[in-house]
Design a protein. Structure first.
Length: 126
């Protein structure tokens, strides 16, 4: 996989997870300005995602790289993604604070537990 090009955000996602794939498809439709680089890291033969992010780590949860090259993981990664998509940006106004990040992280932790059921129990790290 080629290193990501400089854009507002680079999203590393599991296209093999049915729920993840549907959600990413929703975001991609909103990305009319091509503000995000979408990298499906689910194929078994996918090479390392980036020098600082291997496939196994990226498969465990959502990772988004911002335009400065910083990697955001889990719930807070959604803030970076939503900020890059004008139709979703309004959510950051409500959630980009300590309480909002806590809520996002807690909600995402619940999702990750359920996600194992969709992708096969025992295949994902806790």
């Amino acid at each position: 996989m080629a290193p990501p090009k400089s854009r507002a955000a680079v999203v590393y996602f599991d296209g093999g997870c049915p729920v993840c794939a549907r959600e990413i498809a929703l975001y991609r439709r909103a990305d009319s300005g091509d503000r995000v680089q979408w990298l499906d890291i689910s194929p078994a033969d996918a090479p390392a995602c980036a020098p600082d992010l291997d496939r196994a780590t990226a498969m465990a949860r959502l990772h988004v790289r911002d335009e400065q090259g910083r990697l955001h993981v889990g719930g807070p990664a959604f803030l970076v993604l939503w900020r890059a998509l004008p139709r979703w940006r309004r959510w950051t106004r409500w959630l980009d604070n300590a309480a909002g990040r806590l809520l996002l992280s807690a909600g995402y932790a619940v999702f990750l537990r359920l996600r194992r059921l969709w992708r096969g129990a025992g295949r994902w790290p806790a």
